[in-house]
Write a protein that binds this ligand. Structure first.
Ligand code: FDA
Length: 307
């Protein structure tokens, strides 16, 4: 119930306008975000690299309705790619189709993504495409297929909570995709998504098994993006049964969540990447983080008391 309420709040304009201004909420969000600027995010890229942890940078913001705004986001990413290239940092970026203008037009998002991918190629970087609400899945996969036909260094996120994802993955495999597998963070109806956590977890494991088989035969990159310790252990066991080493298996997590296990996995030899989000438009994204673990609300309350 609380999860549903928080996800409803993530899409509510009144909440976004009023709650996001409260000082204690702004302080609490710092747990998941090093700051609002790319400079602060890039400082964390450098700090994490000391523990062999690599990064993925993401500018917060979604559902852009003006072409100028989508153009600003594109320019921002072009500048970030140039900067991490110039500083020789091991960071990738992750973009949201709705932030690059998918709601304005498919030609708009495709053109903006192409600019970002061309800049990334020039500077030797990789670009991920996030997966948003289920209404966007078909358009996002079409966007990815078109991008992948021109650029190898690009990947897409797939969500284990959707019934359709096993079929989507099977349809992508012939193009040797790069896939970031997540459970899924949006409010979805039972018509399209498993309502029970244990079914989502089971589907995640089945999708992970398919991906592990594909990594073994080459061509596919898979990133298992989860903080779920039991799932991580199962993936490690499945990989070992296939004769894979830790270096063959990549995990990704969100900044500020599962920090100890990030370090442990990196020390074991896994590739570990942490998604560092930054920017001023953090409200819906932060509400989704609270919905994933409503116990996080206590942390927000503590910030309210300690002001
Ligand atoms: P689960 O929710 O079962 O959590 C397992 C454990 O992890 C919890 O018991 C808790 O200990 C810890 N944990 C999880 N979330 C936490 C939180 N917010 N605060 C504190 N502890 C927490 N989704 C999407 O729809 N589209 C996307 O593009 C992406 N991209 C993405 C990239 C990366 C790198 C990650 C890690 C996640 C995403 N997600 C996403 C979010 C994803 O769908 C999912 O909502 C979260 O990862 C939480 O699910 P877990 O797999 O961690 O499992």
């Amino acid at each position: 119930m609380l999860r549903k309420l928080l996800l409803w709040g993530s899409e509510n304009d009144f909440f976004s306008d009023h709650v996001a201004r409260l000082g204690f909420v702004r302080r609490a969000v710092r747990r998941f975000m090093p700051g609002e600027t790319s400079a602060e995010a890039i400082e964390e890229v450098v700090r994490l690299s000391v523990s062999r942890i690599r990064s993925v940078l993401a500018l917060l913001g979604e559902n852009v309705t003006e072409a100028d705004e989508a153009d600003d986001v594109t320019r921002h990413y072009e500048a970030v790619l140039k900067e991490i290239g110039a500083r020789d940092l091991d960071a990738e970026i992750s973009v949201k189709p709705t932030q690059l203008g998918i709601d304005i037009g498919e030609d708009v998002v495709a053109a903006n993504l192409e600019r970002i991918l061309s800049t990334a190629k020039e500077h030797g970087h990789f670009v991920w495409i996030d997966m948003e609400g289920s209404d966007y899945v078909d358009r996002t996969l079409d966007l990815y297929r078109a991008a992948r036909s021109r650029h190898t260094d690009t990947g897409v996120c797939l969500q284990a909570y959707l019934y359709r994802t096993a079929e989507d993955l099977a349809a992508l495999l012939p193009i040797n995709p790069s896939v970031r597998l997540v459970k899924g963070a949006y409010a979805e109806s039972t018509k399209v998504a498993f309502p029970r956590k244990r079914d989502v977890d089971q589907n995640y494991l089945q999708l992970a098994q398919t991906l592990l088989d594909e990594i073994g035969s080459g061509g596919v990159r898979a990133a298992f993006a989860t903080h779920d310790g039991a799932l991580i252990r199962r993936i490690q066991e499945e990989a070992a049964q296939r004769g894979m080493t830790p270096g063959d298996v990549e995990f990704q997590m969100l900044y500020g969540i599962g920090t100890t296990s990030q370090e442990k996995l990196a020390a074991q030899g896994h590739e570990v990447r942490v998604h560092i989000s930054y920017g001023i438009a953090w409200f819906p994204w932060y509400m989704r983080r609270l919905a994933e673990r409503p116990a996080n609300l206590w942390f927000v309350m503590r910030k309210m008391i300690s002001r």
